[in-house]
Ligand binder design. Structure first.
Ligand SMILES: Cc1cc2nc3c(=O)[nH]c(=O)nc-3n(C[C@H](O)[C@H](O)[C@H](O)COP(=O)(O)O)c2cc1C
Length: 391
C-alpha cells in the first residue's frame, strides 16, 4: 500500500532517517567540508524560475528521449553509488530492477557492495559500468574484461576521485567500513532495529564487487585493497589508452570545467557527466547547473552531456535539459527510497519524478523533450545579459 505521507523526494529523505542510524543517514545526506557546494546544487536549481504557458495542446506530450542511442522513458538515469548495501540489503539489484521497469539506466559503481555480474543478470540492457583507474593497471583491465563479458556497452570513467575528500559528518561519527558505531551512536543505532540486525549479522555488508578466494571482500578487506590501489596518478593518458582499447561508448564523470570538457571530447569521450559528486568530494565549487552552459558551449555538440547534483524535482530535470543536458541523473533520491522501503519505494521515486517532469513539461508548454530550450526560463535566465550591467 502506498504511504500517503510520502509524496516527494524530500519526504523520502526524512523517512530514510527513521530507518538508518544517524551515522549512516549522515553519510548518505552529507557532503564535503562546509557542504556549500552540496547545498548550492539544490539552491541554484530553485533559483531558476520557469515561464508558465497556457492553453497549449498537450495531447501528444511525450517525455521519452535517448542517450547514446538507448531509449529512456524520460531524461533520468541512476547515478553510480557505492555501498548501497549499507542502506538496504536489496542494494544494487533492487534499484536496477526498478530502473528497468522505469525505462531508465542504472550505473553500477566501481565501489558497489554488489557485483557487476549480479546486476547484469537483472538489468542486462539497462546497465552502464563505472570504472576507476586503479594503481595496478591489471586490476583495471580485469574489471573492464568483466564488464565486456556481461555485455556492458558503456563505461563511465570516474574522473574526480584522484584526490581525497573530507566529510566532517563522517569524521565526527568515526564512520568506518564496515560501520562500527562509536559509543555515542550506540543508542541511536539501537533505535533502528532492522538496520542493526543486518549490521550484526553482517548480511550483505560486503564489497561484493571484488572477490578473494571466491568470496566477496569484507568491508575491512576492501578498505585495505582500496587504500593500496587508490591512484592519484590517473590522468588523460590513461583515458586515451582506454579509448584506443574500448570499442563501446566511453563516458567521463566528474567534469566541472569547460577546458576539461573540451579535452574529454578531444580524447574521444562519447559522453560527459557534469558532476561535482553531489558535493561529496570537493567543496567551494559551483553548482552543476551553473557550469552546465559553459560546458555545453565548449563541447559544441560533439558529445552528449549529462548532469547530476541536486535533482529533487521533475522540474529540475526540465531545467537541466533546457540548458543543454541530454539527461539528468539522481543519486541520493534513489538511496533515500531504497533505505526507506526497498525496491517498491525506488519504483515510487521514479514515478514521482516522472509525474513531476511530465507536469512541468506541460506547464512550460512543451510536448517533447527535444523542444525544451532556454525559452522556458522566466525573467533573468531567459534573457540573461552577456555582460554585467553593474560598474
Ligand atoms: C551514498 C553515495 C555514494 C556514492 N558513490 C559514488 C561512487 O561510487 N562513484 C561515483 O562516481 N559517484 C558516487 N556518488 C556520487 C553520485 O554518483 C552522484 O554524482 C551524486 O549523488 C549526485 O548528486 P545527488 O545525490 O544530489 O543526486 C555517490 C553518492 C552517494 C550519495
Amino acid at each position: 500500500m502506498r504511504n500517503k505521507w510520502i509524496v516527494s523526494i524530500d519526504d523520502y529523505r526524512k523517512a530514510s532517517r527513521k530507518q538508518l542510524p544517524k551515522m549512516i543517514s549522515d553519510y548518505l545526506e552529507g557532503g564535503a567540508l562546509d557542504e556549500t557546494t552540496m547545498r548550492a546544487n539544490e539552491d541554484r536549481f530553485d533559483a531558476l524560475m520557469l515561464r508558465q504557458r497556457s492553453m497549449v495542446d498537450l495531447r501528444g506530450l511525450n517525455t521519452s528521449t535517448t542517450v547514446l542511442g538507448h531509449s529512456l522513458a524520460m531524461p533520468l538515469m541512476v547515478a553510480p553509488m557505492g555501498m548501497l548495501t549499507i542502506f538496504h540489503p536489496g542494494s544494487d539489484p533492487a534499484v536496477a530492477r526498478a530502473a528497468v521497469r522505469a525505462g531508465s539506466i542504472f550505473i553500477h559503481s566501481a565501489w558497489a557492495g554488489c557485483s557487476l555480474e549480479e546486476v547484469a543478470k537483472v538489468a542486462p540492457d539497462n546497465l552502464w559500468a563505472q570504472i576507476a583507474f586503479w594503481k595496478d593497471p591489471a586490476e583495471t583491465a580485469s574489471y573492464i574484461s568483466r564488464a565486456r563479458a556481461v555485455g556492458v556497452e558503456t563505461l563511465v570513467v570516474a574522473g574526480d576521485v584522484g584526490s581525497s575528500s573530507k566529510r566532517e559528518r563522517d569524521l565526527h561519527h568515526g564512520l568506518s567500513m564496515p560501520p562500527r558505531p562509536p559509543v555515542a551512536d550506540y543508542f541511536n543505532a539501537a533505535t533502528r532495529p532492522s538496520w542493526l540486525w543486518r549490521w550484526l549479522t553482517g548480511r550483505k555488508m560486503t564489497y561484493g564487487n571484488y572477490q578473494i578466494n571466491g568470496r566477496p571482500l569484507r568491508m575491512d578487506e576492501m578498505n585495505n585493497w582500496m587504500a593500496s590501489n587508490k591512484n592519484p596518478g590517473a590522468n588523460w593518458e590513461d583515458f586515451a589508452r582506454l579509448r584506443s582499447e574500448w570499442k563501446g561508448n566511453l563516458v567521463i564523470k566528474g567534469i566541472m570545467d569547460a577546458e576539461d570538457a573540451a579535452r574529454a571530447v578531444e580524447e574521444g569521450a562519447d559522453g560527459i557527466f557534469v558532476s561535482n559528486h553531489g558535493g561529496r568530494q570537493f567543496d567551494s565549487q559551483p553548482a552543476t547547473i551553473d557550469v552546465l552552459p559553459s560546458i555545453v558551449d565548449a563541447v559544441g555538440g560533439r558529445a552528449e552531456i549529462y548532469l547530476d547534483g541536486g535533482i529533487r524535482r521533475g522540474h529540475d530535470i526540465v531545467k537541466a535539459v533546457a540548458l543543454g543536458a541530454k539527461a539528468a541523473l539522481a543519486g541520493r533520491p534513489f538511496a533515500y527510497a531504497l533505505a526507506t522501503g526497498g525496491e517498491p519505494a525506488v519504483d515510487r521515486v521514479f514515478g514521482i519524478l516522472q509525474e513531476e517532469f511530465k507536469g512541468a513539461m506541460g506547464f512550460v508548454g512543451k510536448s517533447s523533450v527535444a523542444d525544451l530550450d532556454s525559452s522556458i526560463f522566466a525573467g533573468q535566465a531567459q534573457s540573461a545579459p552577456t555582460e554585467s550591467v553593474l560598474i
